[in-house]
Design a protein around this ligand. Structure first.
Ligand code: PMP
Length: 449
């Protein structure tokens, strides 16, 4: 890669982004009352000097305040995997909120049991409870796992992401020892007091850590999706299940992103048998919603424990969790939008997307790789595809990433910030995918000179 050429191209695309987006640029410059000038600090993770401001979004399309329309492969980093404002969800939300009235009355609705039953059909776990975010689903699952096992620690894969969960901000060093993830903001305590870590795809490291006998649960994605996509090697997930059972450690699958693998995520697609499962983002069709599931046996054991305050201030739950609006949106999403048939179509489209990326990489004999997990695909600047989070982290290239994101955005295509990732929704079309293939090829041709 000619770095000088890359930097010149990046400067050109940054200037083009400024030229094309005066209103976004002005809005950002004027946002004096927002911490970091954005409604959420991570919105500063954008290629270029300012974020594009949202005007509207529908299906697989987003428009900005400068009047540009985008094919959206970001899809709210999975929050909009159902497409933006899908009709069935819009209708259910309107009915719940406007027609019946009431979003948050501290009373259950009958939709919740329908959703619980559907989650059981898809993921296998027998009992469900709701949250508003995947982060909270993970937090509460962790607490329940500690309570039921009486053990203090949770084990994570290095370079995982499970939301802003204190215990998860741990990485493995070269000898496998754990330490705080760089940049960890105001950690409540030294992370090794609460956590252990092992590289993904490394059963020997997992066994070594579990042998301490203090791990309540392994909380993991069945494939890493937040440091590129790192797929499990044959036998790895079966090994994780066998080792966790042998050491009396619970297994929690976080399917928030791996839901892209199919209607039941990787758990359904690969017949996995976690003790608990967490999910958020997409299941609400754009309305905040999350959930965790647990086996009947685990649920019964927890409910029988007189010392655990599961009802009031024991540390599990939130006032708005399970609210009528979120649950209605989740029902509509699962019943009408992210259906088995939709996943089938999205997976096929994603194969087409992946083939387009692979063709671009091969045409320029780049040492890059591309991985796919159902409706989600991501490329990394290394080949063969990384086996661990640490290997994948080492392949990051901020300038290259920024150039590709800006090049695509300036030509009407959005990828996910933080990723070279594309996600398909039920409204994505073959034409959308082919447009990406075309623009991606043009970007590579410019890089090649
Ligand atoms: N789990 C996984 C696997 C995630 O990728 C994320 C967010 N990217 C989360 C949990 C947290 O989701 P949220 O920020 O919506 O709570």
């Amino acid at each position: 890669m000619d770095r000088t050429r890359l930097r010149t191209l990046l400067a050109r695309e940054s200037a083009e982004a400024e030229r094309r987006n005066p209103r976004s640029r002005a809005a950002y410059a004027g946002a004096d009352h927002l911490f970091g000038r954005v409604p959420m600090t991570w919105m500063n993770k954008t290629a270029g000097a300012f974020p594009r401001y949202l005007a509207g979004a529908r299906g697989a399309r987003v428009s900005d305040v400068d009047g540009h329309e985008y094919i959206d492969f970001c899809l709210g980093d999975t929050g909009a995997m159902a497409g933006h404002s899908p009709a069935a969800v819009t209708e259910a939300v309107q009915r719940r909120f406007a027609e019946f009235g009431g979003a948050t009355a501290m009373l259950p609705t009958e939709d919740a049991e329908w959703v619980g039953a559907e989650l059981t059909r898809r993921f296998g776990l027998a009992r469900w409870s709701f949250s508003l975010t995947a982060t909270d689903a993970n937090r509460w699952a962790i607490r329940l796992a500690r309570a039921v096992t009486g053990r203090p620690k949770i084990l994570f894969n290095s370079y995982c992401y499970h939301g802003s969960v204190d215990e998860s901000l741990i990485v493995a060093g070269p000898d496998g020892e754990g330490s705080a993830r760089p940049g960890n903001v105001g950690a409540p305590c030294e992370v090794t007091l609460t956590s252990r870590v092992a590289e993904f795809n490394d059963l020997a490291a997992l066994e070594r850590e579990l042998a301490h006998g203090d791990v309540a649960a392994v909380l993991m994605e069945p494939a890493l999706t937040n440091i590129g996509i790192v797929l499990p090697e044959p036998g790895y997930l079966a090994g994780v299940r066998e080792l966790t059972r042998r050491h009396g450690t619970l297994l929690i699958n976080d399917e928030t992103h791996t839901f892209s693998a199919g209607p039941g995520g990787c758990t359904g697609a690969w017949d996995l048998e976690p003790d608990m499962l967490t999910i958020g983002k997409a299941i609400g069709g754009g309305i905040p919603a999350g959930a965790y599931g647990l086996s009947a046996e685990l649920a019964d054991r927890l409910l029988a424990r007189g010392d655990l305050d599961l009802v009031d201030m024991g540390g599990v739950g939130g006032t708005l969790a399970g609210n009528a609006l979120s649950v209605a949106a989740t029902r509509a999403t699962l019943e009408h939008v992210l259906t088995d048939a939709a996943f089938d179509r999205m997976g096929k489209l994603c194969e087409r997307f992946e083939a387009g990326v692979r063709a671009g990489i091969e045409a320029h004999t780049l040492p890059w790789s591309v991985s796919r997990l159902g409706a989600r695909t991501e490329y990394r600047f290394t080949a063969p595809a990384p086996r661990t989070g640490t290997e994948s982290a080492a392949a990051a290239d901020a300038d290259l990433e920024d150039f590709l994101h800006l090049y695509l955005a300036n030509r009407g295509i959005l990828l996910t910030p933080f990723h070279n990732m594309a996600l398909m929704c039920p409204d994505t079309t073959e034409r959308d995918v082919d447009r990406h293939t075309e623009v991606f090829a043009a970007a590579l041709a410019e890089l090649a000179g």
